[in-house]
Ligand binder design. Structure first.
Ligand code: PEP
Length: 251
């Protein structure tokens, strides 16, 4: 697996200009962790301002529309994210899939639009608790990958997959280390099935209640190439503790 550990903060629908101080603090501290790739995805209203406020860390969107422009009130296209200074965008987050009815086909179209606009993509997949309890977690995630992975033959760092069990997001619950390892191995297997050899280099992030006290253990799992962090990315202090855990594993 290629690349530095990748720690990405997803601010979701949180943050006004007051949060810029947190972004600046994250950026200053990132200089102490050159062996970790750090990024944040603020709400779209802050994207341009965060871009302007930071130098070292990546900045991205949380979603994009599949079309470049048009009559889609309230939506934001990938070229618009790029124009506002984004390096990447998240697509297929479970909150988009659940609350906005996004299908795998929608997510695939968004990912392809983002790549075409020159953005890197973080593609989210993950099972619900009922699907895990029924013993279907790997089958569900494999099907999501089959349906939502973009056509892609670019540089591996342009595409990351985030495994985010829906039941672990914002709940303080995390899967066992064995379950994370098994799922990341299954995702790797599927990515190689989809992309051939190139699939071996796509980074696979873990997301779902990553905090300072569990980050080191989760990030040490084989094929966990980083973390997508929600709640704990809202302050520089809690986010940087996770970045520090990644750095200490990658000395
Ligand atoms: C997320 O929503 O991407 C996420 C991982 O959230 P949290 O860290 O709060 O569980």
């Amino acid at each position: 697996m290629a690349g530095l550990p990748y720690i990405v903060g997803n601010w979701k629908m949180n943050g006004t200009r007051g949060m810029l101080a947190e972004a600046r603090a994250m950026d200053r501290a990132a200089a102490r962790f050159p062996k970790v790739q750090v990024a944040v995805a603020p709400p779209a209203t802050l994207l341009y301002r965060v871009r302007d406020a930071v130098e070292l860390i990546g900045v991205g969107g949380q979603d994009c529309h599949a079309k470049e422009s048009g009559a889609f009130t309230g939506d934001i296209s990938a070229p618009m994210l790029k124009d506002a200074g984004a390096d990447f965008t998240i697509v297929g987050h479970s909150e988009r899939r659940e609350y906005h009815g996004e299908t795998d086909a929608d997510v695939k179209a968004k990912a392809e639009a983002a790549l075409a606009a020159g953005l890197a993509v973080i593609l989210c997949v993950g099972e619900t608790e009922a699907q895990r309890d029924a013993g279907n977690a790997e089958a569900v995630v494999s099907a999501q990958l089959d349906g939502s992975c973009p056509h892609f033959d670019g540089a591996p760092e342009k595409l990351s997959v985030a495994y985010e069990p829906v039941w672990a997001i914002g709940t303080g619950r995390v899967p066992s280390i064995a379950d994370v390892a098994a799922m990341h191995a299954a995702i790797r297997n599927r990515l190689v099935g989809i992309y051939g050899e190139g699939g071996a280099d796509v980074r696979i992030l873990y997301g779902g209640s990553v905090k300072a006290d569990n980050a080191a253990e989760l990030l040490a799992v084989p094929d966990v190439g980083g973390a997508l962090v929600g709640g704990a990315s809202l302050t520089a202090e809690s986010f940087l503790a996770i970045v520090g855990a990644a750095a200490s594993l990658n000395t």
